[in-house]
Ligand binder design. Structure first.
Ligand code: GTP
Ligand code: MG
Length: 220
C-alpha cells in the first residue's frame, strides 16, 4: 500500500523559462525582478549551464560549450509554478580570457551576488574530478560572510569513481559544515531529482509556494 502522505507531498517536476539575460552592470541595476533567486555559481566549465538544461529536461535552454567562458551574462530562469528563479552565472577562474574581460565578469558576478536582495541561496558547483580550488573556497567564504545558504553540487559524476565522489563529498561537507553535497551528472541525470528537491526547498518552501493561478502576478 502506498503511503498517502508521501503521495500528497509529490509535486510534479517544475518547468524552467528564460526570464532575463543581463550583460552589464547597468542592466543588472535596472532589473526589477524581485522573485526569490538561487544562483548557480562555479568555475568556468564546471557544468552550470548543462545543469540548467538537465533540470529543465531541455537541450538548448542554456548555452553550453566545451570551451570555458561560454556564459557571459547573468541569466534568470523562472521555475514554474514554484515562483522562484534559478540564475545561471558566468564562470570564474578562467585564466585565458583577457585581463579586462575577466575584470568585467568578476564585477558582474560580484555585483549580482552582493546586491540581489532576493537571493535565497547559492548552488556552488564543483567538478568532482578536480581537487579543491582556492576560487571555490573564496566563493564558499563569501556565502558564509553574507549568511547565504549553500547547496554544494558535485558535477560530472559520470566522469569519476565512487571513491572520488565520496572523498569530495566529505571534503565539501567539512568545508561548508552543512548538508551533504549533492552528486549529479547532467549526462546520466544522476542526482537531478534530489537536487530539484533541495532547490525547491530553498527557493520556495512548500508552505509558501504560490499556486499556479496566482503565479503570473509574481513576474515583474
Ligand atoms: N561528462 C559530463 N560532461 C558534462 C557534464 N556537465 C557538463 N559537461 C560538459 O562540460 C562542458 C562545460 O559545460 P557548461 O555547462 O557549458 O559549463 P559552464 O559551467 O556553464 O561553463 P561557463 O559558462 O564557461 O562558466 C561541456 O562540454 C559540457 O558538455 C556532466 O555531467 N558530465
Ligand atoms: Mg555556462
Amino acid at each position: 500500500m502506498t503511503d498517502p502522505s508521501a503521495e500528497k507531498k509529490k509535486r510534479p517536476e517544475p518547468t524552467l523559462e528564460l526570464l532575463a539575460t543581463l550583460y552589464t552592470l547597468e542592466q543588472l541595476e535596472a532589473a526589477t525582478h524581485d522573485m526569490p533567486q538561487i544562483a548557480l555559481a562555479g568555475r568556468s566549465n564546471v557544468g552550470k549551464s548543462s545543469l540548467i538544461n538537465a533540470l529543465a529536461r531541455r537541450k538548448k535552454l542554456a548555452k553550453v560549450s566545451s570551451e570555458p567562458g561560454k556564459t557571459r551574462s547573468v541569466n534568470l530562469f523562472e521555475v514554474k509554478p514554484d515562483g522562484f528563479c534559478l540564475t545561471d552565472l558566468p564562470g570564474y577562474g578562467y585564466a585565458r580570457r583577457g585581463h579586462e574581460e575577466r575584470r568585467n565578469w568578476a564585477a558582474l558576478i560580484q555585483k549580482y551576488l552582493e546586491e540581489t536582495r532576493s537571493l535565497r541561496a547559492l548552488a556552488l558547483l564543483i567538478d568532482c574530478r578536480i581537487p579543491t580550488q582556492e576560487s571555490d573556497r573564496v566563493m564558499a567564504d563569501f556565502a558564509k560572510a553574507h549568511h547565504l545558504p549553500v547547496i554544494a553540487v558535485l558535477t560530472k559524476a559520470d566522469k569519476c569513481t565512487l571513491r572520488e565522489r565520496s572523498a569530495q563529498q566529505k571534503t565539501w561537507e567539512r568545508i561548508l559544515g552543512g548538508a551533504k553535497p549533492v552528486v549529479v551528472s547532467s549526462v546520466t541525470r544522476l542526482g537531478i531529482d534530489e537536487l530539484w528537491e533541495r532547490l525547491r526547498a530553498a527557493g520556495a518552501p512548500e508552505e509558501s509556494a504560490p499556486s499556479s493561478e496566482s503565479d503570473e502576478s509574481s513576474v515583474n
